[in-house]
Design a binder for this molecule. Structure first.
Ligand code: FAD
Ligand code: SIN
Length: 537
């Protein structure tokens, strides 16, 4: 089967949905989600909020400075300034769409937005919807997309690979022509052609054994873009959130940084506060600093976790600011208003990704990358808290403007693309290869490419990932594809991109900390890696 759209958007989190809503209404859009539209994105699970200069005592320059500082001198100032300065307008846009941001009555009796605080921010600047900002955001955007006549939502459809002019052997600049998509229920693969294709598939944090992310964060967009010929940047900067709940039944449950923003303190098992030993900003230091400090203390003491204590705040305060976190902790037997809760760091955010410019364009004509899939230059070596949702919104809008111009100059024509060829594959006879390798990739990344790295650990990871990639490639070449196999193939490739990038960086900067080069070099530079042409090309 084959279908044509003006624009295909692969991914339906904040980035994909925002792009769909900003594109002109005369364009026909196909919006893909590999599972259900509402709850399977990282966006849905976002807690703390969206950073934006909204307080009259706050300034764009301060937000820019905080972002650059957190990013350890590696953020691109143009991308940072563009994002920061877009924020008030985008928050206004969301409010108009009906986003239920939390409000409070100020001293003047007016009900204004409540702004919370998170690590690395010098002001209260994080606008939120209680402690479930992502759920409110995803719901608001999904409701609007479902009302849009020009958007066809295609659920349970996983993009497998991009179709490019180069892959079809055409001469001239490489252009994205569409994508192959696996319909999960029927197992059929069909081709979608489009004038513009946007990758908005989220991050790759599932590459680690412990993560705050939902299952779909397998780096699909980054892997597809790489296979199609795009450069990727700064993949070594994988962000570990300092505080995920430590409990066998609390798979991936995040305790928002806003808990520390509202006075929560990190404690050792003996009750001692320790963050001021590591940074003068103590518990509100940027994430790389806090996660590394926790890792250091856990290893020093041989303890399984540290503790987060906000019990000095009243039950009423905790319940009103963190209703979902309070409820979940209570279900698991912890009373936040009475006792510290156990926490550990977990992989949370992919700072690097597909290299893009300020219009979200990639190296391939007609191909855009947005949100956590992209490396826009905003996050540098460490993302500032709550800058991610903002980046999704800001760059989706920029991409929409650019796509509108491109497609008005060159209106897309439906074109015939080759059908998916599965004539040489059979049904899998050993699914265990997929599950085994899935666990192996994630465990090796956790053990060898985690918060603290060394040359030796990276070399071990590198040789193991090559073996795994060969095995996965061989399996992929012989058996019919499934969504698990697609994700495994992508996850293993992204693991390799992370390892290769980490090996290239001979310094410690932001989230990349190595015992072999503990200092930062005098000059900061991006790690860019370029795909080699494939043998059959
Ligand atoms: P996602 O929201 O992850 O959406 C990706 C979409 O792509 C999904 O719909 C998925 O189904 C689809 N997809 C993936 N691969 C394919 C494929 N091959 N084919 C078809 N579809 C595909 N950031 C903040 O700024 N503030 C916060 O408070 C905050 N809190 C967070 C809390 C948690 C627990 C987590 C996990 C993250 C948090 N973040 C926060 C980070 C932020 O939520 C994400 O970076 C952001 O939501 C990413 O949005 P996205 O649109 O790029 O991707
Ligand atoms: C959180 O609420 O701590 C997550 C915020 C973020 O990842 O930006």
């Amino acid at each position: 089967m084959q279908k044509h759209y003006d624009v295909i958007i692969i991914g339906s989190g904040a980035a994909g949905l925002t792009l769909a809503l900003h594109l002109p209404k005369h364009l026909q859009i196909g919006l893909l989600s590999k599972s259900s539209l509402l709850s399977h994105s990282s966006t849905y699970w976002a807690q703390g909020g969206i950073s934006a200069v909204l307080d009259e005592d706050d300034h764009f320059d301060d937000h820019v400075r905080d972002t650059l500082q957190a990013g350890a001198e590696l953020c691109h100032e143009d991308a940072t300034r563009y994002t920061v300065e877009s924020a008030p307008e985008l928050i206004h846009w969301l409010t108009e769409l009906g986003m239920p941001f939390t409000r409070e009555r100020g001293e003047d009796g007016e009900r204004g937005f409540h702004l919370t605080r998170e690590g690395g921010h010098s002001h209260r600047r994080v606008i939120h919807a209680e402690d479930a900002t992502g759920k409110a955001l995803q719901t608001t955007l999904v409701n609007r997309v479902l009302q849009a006549d020009n958007v066809e939502v295609i659920e349970d459809a996983i993009a497998v690979d991009l179709i490019t002019s180069q892959k079809l052997g055409e001469s001239g600049d490489n252009r994205c022509l569409g994508a192959y998509v696996l319909e999960r229920r029927s197992g059929q693969v069909y081709s979608l052609s489009a004038g513009a294709t946007a990758l908005a598939t989220g991050g790759a944090n599932k590459v680690y054994l412990y993560t705050s992310n939902p299952d779909g964060s397998s780096g699909d967009g980054i892997a597809m873009a790489w296979r199609a010929g795009c450069r990727v940047a700064n993949m070594e900067f994988m962000q570990f959130h300092p505080t995920c709940l430590y409990h066998p039944d609390a798979k991936s449950f995040l305790i928002s940084e806003a808990v520390r923003g509202e006075g929560g303190k990190l404690l050792l098992p003996n009750g001692e506060a320790f963050m001021q030993r590591f940074d003068e900003r103590a518990d509100l230091a940027p994430r790389d600093v806090v996660a590394r400090a926790i890792d250091h203390e856990m290893k020093r003491l041989g303890s399984d976790c540290v503790y987060l204590d906000i019990s000095h705040r009243s039950k009423g305060f905790i319940q009103s600011h963190f209703p979902n976190i309070y409820r979940r902790c209570l279900e698991l037997g912890y009373e936040m208003d009475k006792e510290p809760i156990p926490v550990v760091p977990a992989a949370h955010y992919t700072c690097g990704g597909v290299l893009t410019n300020l219009q979200a364009r990639t190296d391939i004509d007609g191909l855009y990358a947005l949100g956590e899939t992209a490396c826009t230059g905003l996050h540098g070596a460490n993302r500032l808290a709550s800058n991610s949702l903002l980046e999704c919104l800001a760059f989706a809008r920029a991409a929409a403007d650019d796509i509108a111009i491109q497609l008005s100059e060159q209106p897309p024509q439906p074109r015939n693309l080759p059908a998916w060829d599965d004539s040489r594959v059979t049904d899998s006879d050993e699914e265990v290869v997929v599950t085994h390798n899935w666990h192996e990739v994630r465990r090796l990344m956790w053990n060898y490419v985690g918060i603290v790295r060394t040359d030796k650990r990276l070399a071990r990871a590198s040789s193991r990932i090559e073996l795994l990639l060969n095995e996965i490639d061989e399996y992929y070449g012989h058996f019919k594809i499934s969504s698990d196999l697609i994700e495994l193939r992508n996850l293993a490739l992204v693991a390799k991109l992370i390892i290769d990038s980490a090996i290239k960086r001979k310094e410690s900067r932001g989230l990349h900390f190595t015992l072999d080069y503990p200092e930062a070099l005098a000059e900061a530079s991006d790690t860019l890696i370029t795909p080699q042409p494939r043998r059959e090309d």
